[in-house]
Design a binder for this molecule. Structure first.
Ligand code: ZN
Length: 92
């Protein structure tokens, strides 16, 4: 398996919202960019390092596809949890 991603591209800036307790919640798209499947159905993993939030789609991982479903520039520390929402990422 090839985990190297030369010249990988960012999908933009990660969106956030605050929940009722004032906790920072990361918003990630609900759909995998690579396979187009709903992430809540196929499963997903998020990890943040060096200011980049990686979203990995279990469907793509199982299929052996290289790369990440999404990759966002994270302006804040890693959020305690994430929510799925395509809305902030729809380009007008
Ligand atoms: Zn996928």
């Amino acid at each position: 398996m090839d985990n190297l991603q030369p010249g990988h591209q960012s999908d933009g800036v990660l969106h956030y919202r605050r929940d009722v307790d004032g906790e920072q919640v990361g918003i990630i798209p609900a759909t995998c960019k690579v396979c187009g499947r709903a992430l809540h159905k196929v499963g997903f993993r998020v990890s943040q390092r060096d200011g980049v939030m990686f979203v990995d789609c279990d469907g793509c991982t199982t299929a052996g596809l290289p790369g990440h479903a999404w990759q966002f520039t994270a302006a804040e520390a890693a959020p305690i949890r994430v929510e799925l929402d395509d809305q902030p990422y729809i380009r007008r």
